[in-house]
Design a protein around this ligand. Structure first.
Ligand SMILES: [Zn+2]
Length: 383
């Protein structure tokens, strides 16, 4: 399993289902279907013509140092959710199950851009149906950062053009069915998938094996790593209990650790403090994990304590092994625009409960993203 596949393994929800691309029945199908042509198959804004609500133009977040304080948009219900018709590449399998094909996000993107300007860094896509084999995942379309462990492993052959963007789109966060998010007001998984654009992919010198900091899919920090604090792509934090024991704790809502902030370009390297990992872990408590067992080095996202040997590392080690982050802090985009999209069977009658959850996620993201980044980045969630 390589890094490109790892990029496609988003997932999680609190249960961290940890699905793997290897079991994705669509992984080998490369079926490309044409985007919906027009009319009801196109994209629209729910109950509202896009672009005419106050402040919807690309004028937000232009104050230097603005910190995640974004208005959430129009007062009209769901006016800032883009509605896209289910493309043929998402198959209704019955019983509320939708099978999302490999290039389906391209089709959704093309339908979205048929009705909206190319003014967004991320599309956050929900589907009325539940693909019970995919969870959520990050679909990167642009290789816009270096020194983060992805050089040579970027999103190629995907490009923004595949999804209908002339070049601005960085990634599509596939969120699956809104009903999966029990607490619609916690945007943690939107943040998690967004941070996957930058993390976790790095190497360190001198580790016992390749990708020693990561999970089996090479996209999350495993439970044996401390990246300076609670992390979004590790689902929590590792603490040193003393006496050669350590504890990993899942922590929600998810926030970015100092290393993740650096990898995203939102923290200068000199502000990333000391970090560590644990090798030769043993004596786990509990003896078996609640899911996805048995315990192994790549386990992630589950509470555990264990014995082991602490190895300290610094941001200098990260830079030495992965190169200098570029664009650098201060040049990397940090005032990001997100378009929230719901794929519906009948665009004129989307499931109102699904719309309500997407709206809750969208409005939560407006403030929670800023909080999760310590005010170092902001999310404009308006269309
Ligand atoms: Zn993930």
């Amino acid at each position: 399993m390589g890094r490109v596949q790892g990029l496609l393994v988003g997932l999680v929800l609190v249960a961290c289902a940890g699905e793997t691309p290897d079991t994705d029945p669509f992984a080998a199908t490369a079926a490309v279907t044409t985007a919906p042509a027009s009319g009801s198959a196109g994209a629209s804004t729910a109950g509202h013509d896009d672009g005419d609500e106050p402040g919807s133009s690309d004028d937000s977040g232009d104050a230097p140092g603005s910190t995640g304080v974004a208005t959430t948009g129009s007062d009209e219900p769901f006016a800032d959710i883009a509605i896209v018709a289910r493309p043929d590449s998402i198959v209704d399998a019955g019983g509320g199950i939708w099978r999302v094909g490999e290039r389906a996000m391209d089709d959704v993107g093309k339908a979205f851009y048929a009705a909206h300007p190319d003014d967004y860094d991320f599309l956050v896509v929900y589907t009325e149906g539940d693909d019970d084999q995919l969870g959520a995942y990050a679909h990167a379309v642009q290789d816009d950062a270096h020194g983060i462990g992805l050089d040579g492993y970027g999103p190629a052959p995907y490009s923004p053009a595949d999804a209908g963007s002339a070049g601005r789109l960085m990634q599509i966060d596939f969120m699956n069915a809104p009903a999966l998010y029990d607490d619609g007001h916690d945007a943690s998984i939107v943040i998690h998938e967004t941070v996957h654009h930058f993390s976790a992919y790095i190497e360190l010198p001198g580790t016992p094996t390749e990708a020693f900091l990561l999970d089996d899919g090479w996209a999350h920090w495993n439970i044996h790593v401390n990246t300076g604090g609670p992390s979004a792509t590790g689902y929590g934090d590792l603490t040193d209990l003393g006496g050669g024991r350590f504890a990993f704790t899942v922590i929600y809502p998810l926030t970015l650790s100092p290393l993740e902030l650096y990898l995203a370009g939102w923290l200068p390297p000199e502000q990333v403090g000391p970090m560590f990992y644990v090798r030769d872990a043993s004596d786990y408590d509990p003896p078996s994990p609640p899911f996805d067992g048995p315990w192994r080095h790549g386990s992630y996202g589950q509470d555990a304590s264990f014995a082991g040997t602490r190895v300290d590392f610094t941001i200098d080690d990260v830079v030495a092994a992965n190169g200098v982050r570029s664009p650098a802090f201060g040049e990397a985009p940090s005032e990001l625009r997100f378009a929230f999209v719901l794929v519906c069977e009948d665009t004129a009658a989307c499931d109102p409960q699904a719309l309500a959850i997407v709206e809750a996620q969208r409005t939560a993201m407006a403030t929670q993203f800023g909080e999760a980044t310590g005010g170092r980045a902001s999310a404009d969630v308006r269309l």
